[in-house]
Design a protein around this ligand. Structure first.
Ligand SMILES: Cc1ncc(COP(=O)(O)O)c(C=O)c1O
Length: 378
């Protein structure tokens, strides 16, 4: 059963023999359903123009539903952005930070998550408390919990850290934050689509991410999922026709903003990218995130064990026990870094330099043959 499902997932990708994709935590190849959707809407716009109006709007709505299903929230708790940064900005600048408030984050958060919080705290006179990661980029839950106090307004962290794959005990963390009345904002860009998501069920207040990594869709869509009560009391950062209604509503200064998360979208949407993302989310959900996760983690573990046996140093916090598609490693001697990256470049194996090491990230469309080739070359 699960091998059929895995084959179904793998058949979604071009899987060219000349390119090895091991920077899937950066920019993954897009799925066939995502590509088909982009081609479909491009052709319909070309052929039919405005006559597509109701259909494309319906597809944007069904894409909202598909993303919401993966997250575990409802479609009207989703707002589209051009990138994850836009979603973080909306939340950080509108949550009502005041002088004396604290926001707690790790020092290894991705810049699109870290910088908006820094600016929002600076403008409000609040304090951004940045916690130093531990050895091998570990992010111990206890250290994060110790940093919370009566001034903490928001706990803002990544579900999965982008350089190292580090994770905390998020369920316990959310529980503690709820008990203390602290808001929980989670960057899920490195988790959604590759790990089963229970964050909403556990009580996260808002999550944000983007389209182009584990959701195997085109770059150019960010999303915010936000609880209904928070959306209702939060002011949109960007204002336009769609804050209040649609392009068909006459201007009227007495009009009221929408009451759900769609009020955060000021205008027309990037339909091709959003519907491609919706198609990918549906495909991932229908196949099963668990199936995809198991294969990506299996391939990463083969690579991790192989690199370890060859004397490379693993920088991941969980070392050989990681249940993660991400590997961060260093050559045994620091002067060999360039040699290693050259080998990867010359053989069209992509990777990213992150957190001081080399990050490789496997997806379920990678193959044992590819992993064996990488290990052989290194
Ligand atoms: C943790 C994390 N958040 C967000 C993003 C994407 O941010 P944006 O969509 O603003 O480029 C990335 C990677 O690009 C990431 O690794």
């Amino acid at each position: 059963m699960s091998s059929n499902k895995l084959a179904e997932f793998q058949s979604q990708f071009a899987r060219r023999a000349d390119l090895i994709h091991l920077n899937n935590a950066g920019l993954a190849p897009i799925s066939r359903v995502a590509r088909d959707k982009i081609q479909y809407w491009a052709e319909r716009y070309y052929q039919e123009g405005f006559w597509t109006d109701a259909d494309y709007m319906a597809d944007v709505l069904s894409s909202r539903q598909s993303l919401a299903t993966l997250i575990g929230c409802q479609w009207d708790e989703i707002a589209w952005y051009q990138s994850a940064a836009g979603a973080v900005n909306q939340f950080a600048f509108s949550i009502g930070l005041k002088s004396g408030d604290e926001v707690v984050m790790w020092d290894q958060e991705y810049s699109s998550h870290l910088y908006p919080w820094k600016e929002a705290c600076d403008q409000a006179g609040a304090t951004l408390k940045v916690l130093k990661s531990e050895k091998n980029l570990a992010t111990p839950t206890e250290k994060y919990l110790e940093a919370l106090n009566e001034k903490t307004k928001v706990a803002a962290f990544s579900w999965v850290q982008f350089s190292s794959g580090a994770r905390m005990d998020v369920e316990a963390l959310i529980k503690e934050c709820k008990k203390r009345g602290i808001l929980v904002f989670i960057d899920i860009a490195q988790g959604l689509g590759i790990h089963p998501c229970k964050l909403w069920q556990w009580g996260a207040d808002a999550v944000a991410g983007g389209s182009h990594k584990w959701l195997v869709s085109a770059v150019g869509v960010g999303y915010l999922a936000i609880r209904k009560d928070l959306a209702l009391r939060m002011k949109p950062r960007l204002i336009g026709a769609y804050t209040y209604g649609t392009c068909d509503d006459p201007s009227d200064f007495a009009c009221e903003p929408k009451r759900d998360a769609t009020k955060f979208e000021p205008g027309s949407k990037q339909v091709l990218e959003i519907t491609a993302l919706g198609a990918s989310c549906k495909m991932i959900h229908d196949i099963g995130v668990e199936v995809i996760e198991a294969e990506a983690v299996r391939l990463a573990q083969t690579l991790r064990l192989g690199l370890n046996a060859k004397g490379y140093q693993l920088l991941n916090p969980f070392g050989l026990d990681a249940i993660s598609p991400m590997i961060n490693f260093l050559p045994a001697h620091s002067d060999e870094m360039e040699k290693v990256t050259k080998i990867l470049d010359n053989n069209k194996i992509n990777y990213a330099r992150r957190g001081g090491g080399i990050r490789l990230s496997t997806h379920a469309f990678n193959t044992d043959l590819e992993i064996a080739k990488v290990l052989d070359l290194l």
